[in-house]
Structures are given as structure tokens and as C-alpha cells.
Ligand binder design. Structure first.
Ligand code: CU
Length: 132
């Protein structure tokens, strides 16, 4: 009976994971915006939840901000941690960032509890901003 229950829960969860359309986007700043630093960046997410790094819970992850990256990192490996790949492992959904003057690109990427992108990677559009 318990086996059946586990199976049922598993099937329900995987259905939920597959049927929900996960969407990752910037609430702030707007694409093409010209801003004075420091810049407030607000992450938008629907279809899945945010959990701190290290917490293994279905259909959740934490935010990563990709700054001035031409190509996405290897999506099968943990996301690197450096000034171009910023982790929000406490489960933060916004940040204030000091960025160098000029044209910058920003992109969001969800990572799981091990900082690895999900099987169906959840990635935002890349936006371009200008720092005065
Ligand atoms: Cu991470």
C-alpha cells in the first residue's frame, strides 16, 4: 500500500513538473534601460519555487545572475562562481549590484540544490542595460 502511495506521489509530482511552464524573467531593470549604478535587479519566476542551495525539494532552485556572458555555461555541470556567474544560494529574489560603466548584459539561470541547471534548463532572456 505504501509503495503504491509513493508511486502515486511520484507520478503526481512528475506530472506537475512537466505540465507547469517554468518562466524566468527580469522584473527590473527593463531591457535597454540606461541606469546610474548601483543597479537594483529583481528576479521574476513562475511555475516553480525558490529554495536555498543545499535544499533538495522538487521543482525548486535558486537564482544565478549571468553578467556579460557571451555563452551559457555548461548546463550539465554546477554553475561556476565568479564575477560573471553570481549565485543567490540563500534564496534571494533581488539584489543591488555595482556594475562597471558601459553596456552590460544580464541573464538569469536557475540552478538546483547542487547549483546544476535543471533537466529542462530554466533560463531568462538576455537583457542589455547601459550604466552611466
Ligand atoms: Cu548556485
Amino acid at each position: 500500500m505504501f509503495k503504491f502511495l509513493y508511486l502515486l506521489i511520484f507520478v503526481l509530482c512528475s506530472n506537475l513538473a512537466f505540465s507547469s511552464e517554468n518562466k524566468l524573467y527580469f522584473i527590473e531593470p527593463k531591457d535597454g534601460a540606461t541606469l546610474n549604478g548601483p543597479v537594483k535587479i529583481v528576479f521574476g519566476l513562475s511555475g516553480m519555487g525558490v529554495a536555498p542551495a543545499g535544499i533538495d525539494f522538487p521543482n525548486t532552485g535558486h537564482h544565478h545572475l549571468l553578467v556579460d556572458l557571451e555563452n551559457l555555461p555548461d548546463l550539465s555541470k554546477p554553475i561556476p562562481a565568479n564575477k560573471n556567474h553570481i549565485h543567490f544560494g540563500k534564496g534571494q529574489t533581488e539584489t543591488i549590484l555595482e556594475l562597471p560603466k558601459g553596456k552590460r548584459t544580464l541573464q538569469l539561470l536557475m540552478g538546483n540544490y547542487l547549483h546544476i541547471p535543471h533537466k529542462e534548463p530554466v533560463i531568462s532572456d538576455k537583457i542589455t542595460i547601459f550604466i552611466k
